[in-house]
Structures are given as structure tokens and as C-alpha cells.
Write a protein that binds this ligand. Structure first.
Ligand code: R5P
Length: 308
């Protein structure tokens, strides 16, 4: 087995390798003066079981292209099997033709990853789990929920409710509520554009309760912040926002800092820059989950233990 990393999340890749008692294998990734990407694998990978860790986070298209070029290099270097490990899989929100003449980019990503040379995919909390079906190669889909719920169980918060920030988040919120042993409420959210979010109705009870709000991602923060103000109006006490993928663009950190949110719990699928750090943000590591999954894929054992 050999583990390589792209440039998107080197810290996570090193943590995964360390957990497995290894070092990252040697690869050079450079940019030509015109910004073209050049990749060279600096060790023999013929017949090896190769894992490439690359989150497709900002700059999204740079990281995707880098991954494609790495896949091509490994394919041409005769790796036996190549697993593309995408802790964060971007473009997953573009998973259907929801208006005329738009692309289904999540499917295009699946096609391109496969054509570039991926034999399998290992990823986490796809925006919609059915994106797995866009691939005709095996996909292992991890969930950050066990790591995040463990954090809350340790806090022993009394009188808790889990709130889904929109209808799409109900399934994962229900799992959170089951694990935390509390009730579920749902915010009925309407989105009129990428930046405009409005909370319309509340299904369930949040009065005098501390709230855990899970989501797959916080992008501009609009969804979380709107829901937090809305829940406060409805009588909620402390609000904990949490997500797997902290994209945190478009002033999200400033919005979250001002909002009635006590903590923002995120994972390290995407590395945060200095500007994205805030006293409210708590980062939980999903490196052990990815490391265990890589071990299982390599040893051909079940990964279902990782969902508990
Ligand atoms: C939407 O369906 C997703 O699950 C997230 O709620 C959304 O993408 C978050 O985006 P933003 O932070 O920009 O509201």
C-alpha cells in the first residue's frame, strides 16, 4: 500500500498516514509559469495499492485538476489499484437538472474521476448520498456523524433538541437525534439564490432547549445563521452549529461570529486558513476514520464498524 497526497489538505493526509504508522509517499506537484500543473511520482508504484488523498476544496478547480493529473500519472505508472480519497467531494450539490439547460456536474465529476484512472472512491458526507450511484466503480461513503455526536455526548448537555436546517438534512439530523437521545425539529428553509436563505416555518419544539444543528456543509453560512436567529425567536437557548465540511466562504465566519451561535463544530475534511479561524470554531479530526477505511479497503475487510 502507498499513500500519496495532493496539495489540498496535506495536514490531514499526514495525520492519516501517521495513524497507519506510515509516511506519505513521495510525489512532486509543481506549477508551470502559465499555471499548468505538472506531477511526477518519485517512487516505484508498479503493482501497488495506491491511495491519493485530495479534498476538492477552494481553489476547487485547481484541486480537481491536480487530482485528475495525479490519477493519470499513477495509471500510466502501472499502479495495481488506485483509490481516490476525497474527504470533501465538491460539485455534489449540482446533482440534478433542477432547471432547464443546466449541467449535472456531480455526475460529470464522477465520469472524469473514472476516466482519469480512479478504480475506487473513498469519500465522506456527500451532499446527497445518491451521488454514489453516479459512479460505476465502488464508492465507500463515510459519515462524520459518529465523531460529532461523540463530542456532544461527552458534553452531557441536558434538554437538547436536534434541528435539521432544511428538509434535505432531515435524515442525518434524525440519526443525530437518535444517537443523542433527544427530539428532532425541522426548519422549513427557502432558498431564492446562492446567497439568499429564508427560514419559513418550524416543525417541532425548541422552546427552552439547547440546540444541535447538523449540516453536511457550511458554505456562506446563510443557512445556519438564518436558522439560528429563527430558533432564538422561537425560544431556543444555546445553539451549536455543526457540519462536516467547513467551506466558510462569502463572509461566513463574520456572520457566524455575530450570530446567536455558541459553538461551530466542524471537521478537518477542509483545512481552515488563519482568516477562517474563530474562537467559536472547534475542529474535530476525521483522520482516524479515513485511516481505518483505508486499512479495511487494503485488507479487504468490512468498513461498516465505522458507522457506529
Ligand atoms: C444545502 O442543502 C446544504 O445542505 C447546506 O445547507 C448549504 O449548502 C449551506 O450553504 P450556505 O452555508 O451557503 O447556506
Amino acid at each position: 500500500m502507498k499513500i500519496f497526497s495532493g496539495t489540498a489538505n496535506l495536514i490531514l493526509a499526514k495525520e492519516v498516514a501517521k495513524y497507519l504508522g506510515r509516511k506519505l509517499s513521495d510525489i512532486s506537484i509543481k506549477r508551470f509559469p502559465d499555471c499548468e500543473i505538472w506531477v511526477k511520482i518519485n517512487e516505484n508504484v508498479r503493482g501497488k495499492d495506491v491511495f491519493i488523498i485530495q479534498s476538492t476544496s477552494n481553489p476547487v478547480n485547481e484541486h480537481i485538476m491536480e487530482l485528475f493529473i495525479m490519477l493519470d500519472a499513477f495509471k500510466r505508472a502501472s499502479a495495481r489499484r488506485i483509490t481516490a480519497v476525497l474527504p470533501f467531494y465538491s460539485y455534489a450539490r449540482q446533482d440534478r437538472k433542477d432547471q432547464p439547460r443546466v449541467a449535472v456536474t456531480a455526475k460529470l465529476m464522477a465520469n472524469l474521476l473514472t476516466s482519469a484512472g480512479a478504480d475506487r472512491i473513498l469519500t465522506m458526507d456527500l451532499h446527497a448520498p445518491q451521488v454514489q450511484g453516479f459512479f460505476d466503480i465502488p464508492v465507500d461513503h463515510l459519515l462524520a456523524e459518529p465523531v460529532i455526536t461523540k463530542y456532544f455526548l461527552k458534553k452531557k448537555i441536558k434538554n437538547l433538541a436536534v434541528v435539521a436546517t432544511d428538509m434535505g438534512g432531515v435524515k442525518i439530523a434524525r440519526t443525530f437525534a437518535q444517537k443523542l437521545g433527544c427530539n428532532l425539529a425541522i426548519v422549513d428553509k427557502r432558498r431564492s439564490g446562492p446567497h439568499e436563505v429564508k427560514a419559513m416555518n418550524l416543525i417541532g419544539d425548541v422552546k427552552d432547549k439547547d440546540i444541535v444543528m447538523p449540516d453536511d456543509m457550511i458554505s456562506t453560512g446563510g443557512t445556519m445563521v438564518e436558522a439560528a436567529y429563527f430558533l432564538k425567536e422561537k425560544g431556543a437557548r444555546e445553539i451549536y452549529a455543526c457540519c462536516t465540511h467547513p467551506i466558510l466562504c462569502g463572509g461566513a465566519v463574520e456572520k457566524l461570529n455575530k450570530a446567536p451561535v455558541r459553538e461551530v463544530i466542524v471537521t478537518n475534511t477542509i483545512p481552515l486558513s488563519k482568516e477562517q479561524m474563530s474562537d467559536k470554531i472547534k475542529i474535530l479530526s476525521i483522520a482516524p476514520l479515513f485511516a481505518e477505511a483505508i486499512k479495511s479497503i487494503h485488507n479487504e475487510t468490512s468498513i461498516s464498524r465505522l458507522f457506529n
